[in-house]
Design a protein around this ligand. Sequence first.
Ligand SMILES: CC(C)(COP(=O)(O)OP(=O)(O)OC[C@H]1O[C@@H](n2cnc3c(N)ncnc32)[C@H](O)[C@@H]1OP(=O)(O)O)[C@@H](O)C(=O)NCCC(=O)NCCS
Length: 169
Amino acid sequence: MKVKTMQASRTIQASLVQPSDTNYHGTIFGGSMMAFIDEVAAISAMRHSRRPVVTASIDSIDFLSPVKMGHSICLEAFVSSTGRTSMEVFVKVISENLQTGERALTATSFLTFVALDEQGNPTEVPAVVPETEEEKRLMASAEERKKMRKERKENSKAFISNLTIEKMI
Ligand SMILES: CC(C)(COP(=O)(O)OP(=O)(O)OC[C@H]1O[C@@H](n2cnc3c(N)ncnc32)[C@H](O)[C@@H]1OP(=O)(O)O)[C@@H](O)C(=O)NCCC(=O)NCCS
């Protein structure tokens, strides 16, 4: 299987924060931010695998600072580690006050995508190699995050087995 650089899946997406993206504080709505993150990460995973992908899980999204309406957000995503059929994508969100040029790191996230074949089954993806110091640090810590995901999935399986799916209303 081919090996690709992290740079090959690097995806940059800039957006202006519109009134429809904001909450009643006039800052970006968490759900809008999540949609931006999921979209840029999916493009990155498709660039790496050249396959359709589905989001298997989102580890967490850390909202570090609010973003006001009229400011911009710039998202950077790249595949930071791979399994057999899955890809971990790291996303960094930088906000910018377009009047002053002031920038802030506003959110980070790790998501996992799975590549699908023509039948919709998980299919192999190329491995990934780091080049920069930041990429090397992300790769070095990937195994620990994978372990945590596995544990969470096991716990979630046990939790789900006790849930009912009867009508709620
Ligand atoms: C994600 C999905 C394809 C995994 O299917 P599955 O039957 O569990 O497949 P497998 O057990 O073969 O796992 C496939 C890969 O996904 C990984 N995976 C499965 N569930 C995961 C989770 N919750 N978090 C992270 N990775 C996960 C496995 O570790 C495996 O990785 P590897 O091949 O690199 O080792 C399936 O659960 C699914 O379709 N979920 C719904 C996806 C969706 O609708 N997303 C939202 C809209 S895009």
